[in-house]
Design a protein around this ligand. Structure first.
Ligand code: AVJ
Length: 326
């Protein structure tokens, strides 16, 4: 296996960015911290555990969809050598199903995962190397759109971009619309994208998925407080906060909050500042948008993609939507 690591990340100070974002977020009238800070090493490990939990149906449904349709995907894209680009591969469970199918069908492709974590990429590539000695892989260490732009400048091959897991759900509708517009700009006509969207469903199923009975999702959220204690010298007493997920039926968004169970003051050493929390005051942590097919069609049309097909699981909980650049 050939494996290359392209480093296209902009040089920036991660700790400083975390400090600035926490300062702004906890000073706001409605306290908030970006969900991207959930994913340090401990948080990423907890997230991987969530994806295997029975209450978190999303990953299971998407694996079913990919398994049921892998031959079809292979037939659609088989004509010529291509780049199999993946935005945020995670553990690569789903992409491995496709990689295996494409290798069995003797398709000519290079797997190109794009991720901001160099450690994650290196680990993923070494695992893939063991399983598939004949796979060509080139990982790109950068944020998604920058990485795609790098690929556009360095390769003339057709791109098949995987954006799985309903990662798009962390964006609100406006942010998603802008993201798809930029995605379209960084691709060439004929390129494909396969995007995972979690669909609207019974709110009770949603609440359970974001509040699993083994409390892994709670731990995942509490880890953000623990991370601020570790990295920013904060003194959050985690027992005085509770994970509080709600489904907002007006805008189809799961919202996760950490709520302060009592009035308290938290000191953050690196910021040399205290933050006052009222009783039951929330910190907004994450949204996970749930979609309707109509909305997905509008996203595609707005950004200049044609929908090739929508692939769903048997329960119609989740869709992998295959788009092609016009
Ligand atoms: C990684 C954004 C797809 O929103 O479902 C899982 C993150 N948060 N449980 C999601 C998450 C709580 C997940 N995404």
């Amino acid at each position: 296996m050939t494996s290359i690591l392209q480093d296209c990340s902009v040089i920036h100070n991660e700790l400083e960015e975390f400090e600035n974002d926490v300062m702004l977020g906890l000073s706001a009238i409605h306290k908030n911290i970006s969900s991207k800070y959930l994913y340090d090493a401990i948080g990423s490990d907890l997230f991987n555990q969530i994806t295997r939990h029975p209450d978190y149906y999303l990953t299971r449904c998407e694996i079913e969809i990919i398994n049921d349709n892998k031959e079809k995907f292979s037939n659609i894209i088989k004509q010529e050598p291509f780049n199999l680009v993946e935005l945020g591969p995670g553990e690569g469970v789903k992409s491995k199903i496709l990689i295996e199918q494409f290798l069995n069908d003797s398709l000519s492709f290079t797997y190109m995962p794009i991720d901001i974590s160099k450690k994650y990429l290196t680990h993923l590539l070494s695992k893939l190397k063991d399983s598939y000695p004949h796979l060509n892989a080139e990982s790109v260490n950068s944020d998604f759109l920058q990485g795609l732009t790098w690929i556009k400048e360095h390769s003339k091959k057709r791109n098949i971009v995987l954006f799985l897991g309903s990662s798009i759900g962390n964006f609100n509708s406006l942010q998603a619309k802008e993201f798809f517009y930029h995605l379209r700009e960084s691709l060439n006509p004929g390129d494909y994208v396969l995007i995972g969207f979690d669909l609207c469903k019974d709110p009770e199923i949603l609440i359970n998925a974001y509040n699993d009975k083994d409390k892994i999702t709670s731990e995942f959220n509490y880890n953000l407080l623990a991370r601020m204690n570790r990295e920013l010298n904060a003194n959050f007493n985690i027992e005085k906060f509770r994970h509080y997920p709600v489904y907002n039926v007006y805008n189809s968004e799961m919202e996760s909050y950490l709520i302060s169970l009592e009035p308290q003051v938290v000191y953050i050493g690196n910021l040399k500042r205290s933050f006052v929390f009222h009783e039951i005051e929330p910190i907004h942590i994450e949204i996970s948008h749930k979609y309707r097919l109509l909305e997905i069609e509008q996203f595609a049309a707005n950004a200049g993609f044609n929908i090739v097909n929508n692939y769903m699981d048997k329960k119609n909980y989740f869709v992998d939507s295959l788009w092609q650049v016009q």
